[in-house]
Design a protein around this ligand. Structure first.
Ligand code: ADP
Ligand code: MG
Length: 263
């Protein structure tokens, strides 16, 4: 049974007095437990709209989501809460997605407490484990987001997601705002989390080089539709669809771009 199945999903934005914007127009795919899917496509093609719909932040205008065999729109209230916990998202702006008034320790403590992931007495130890999982030193615990680097903030975002013991993490352009030298390290973290914890990952990027080595499969998105899906290496080395070729031509050598970043 796939972890997640998306069938003929549409997302349309309606603003009074303006024509509707069809951001996602009939997307279907499924994702196995432990699998990683890259979604690539130019800015504005609908990647974030799809992601927000998958985590329940944006309603679908049509289509169905099935998670662990259950239709998401038919879940009980508790079932939907569990779904929202099982599917977590990491955003591009790591620093901005953290509460500026909370230290790293407070951020992680709070999420564990509010979601009752551990009894109070076990929380400090779990905070240490989470830091370890994302490769952060204990010295950052009492820092505020502005006092640590963008890469470290992104690691804290991953730790905050992992606190909820998700089955799927959707990372929406997680390295686009980071220095090139830091990007590879965060991408290697994503890959190691997938491998060590058996997590499913949806990695969204406008950057083919980012997806090429991290993801098992790739979907190429254009104007709200998936124009091509397949094994990442196959699609990116021998694209079938004209649009995929156009995207690849914009990055002359995906392999070299990756090597430069140490992925
Ligand atoms: N809240 C919104 N209201 C209206 N239109 C939106 C909204 N969010 C995104 N859009 C539009 O939907 C389309 C897809 O946007 P988005 O999902 O952000 O694409 P991507 O993440 O691939 O850059 C774009 O045309 C964008 O302008
Ligand atoms: Mg986006």
């Amino acid at each position: 049974m796939p972890l997640l199945t998306v069938q003929d999903l549409y997302v349309t934005y309606r603003t009074p007095g303006q024509p509707p914007v069809r951001a996602v127009c009939g997307v279907s795919f499924s994702l196995a437990a432990g699998e990683s899917l890259g979604i690539v496509g130019e800015s504005g093609c609908g990647k974030s709209s799809l992601a927000r719909t998958l985590i329940g932040l944006q309603p679908a205008s049509a289509g169905t989501l099935t998670f662990e065999g259950q239709a998401v729109d038919r879940l009980s209230r508790q079932g939907f809460r569990d779904y929202r916990r099982a599917v977590q998202m990491v955003f591009q702006d790591a620093t901005g997605s953290l509460n500026p008034r909370m230290t790293v320790r407070q951020t992680l403590h709070e999420v564990l407490r509010v979601h009752r992931m551990r009894p109070a007495a076990a929380i400090p130890q779990r905070v240490d484990e989470l830091l370890d999982l994302v490769g952060l030193p204990a010295t950052v615990l009492d820092a505020f987001p502005r006092e640590i680097s963008g890469g470290q903030c992104q690691r804290v975002s991953f730790a905050r997601c992992l606190a909820l013991e998700p089955r799927l993490i959707i990372a929406d352009e997680p390295v686009s705002a980071l220095d090139v030298s830091v990007q590879a390290r965060i991408l290697n973290l994503v890959r190691s989390l997938q491998q060590r914890l058996g997590l499913s990952i949806i990695l969204i990027s406008h950057d083919l080089a980012v997806v090429r080595n991290i993801c098992d499969r790739v979907a190429v998105m254009h104007d709200g539709v998936f124009v091509e899906t397949g094994i990442a290496a196959d699609v990116l080395d021998a694209p079938r669809h004209a649009y995929t070729r156009t995207l690849l031509e914009a990055v002359p050598d995906v392999g070299r771009a990756l090597q430069r970043r140490g992925v």
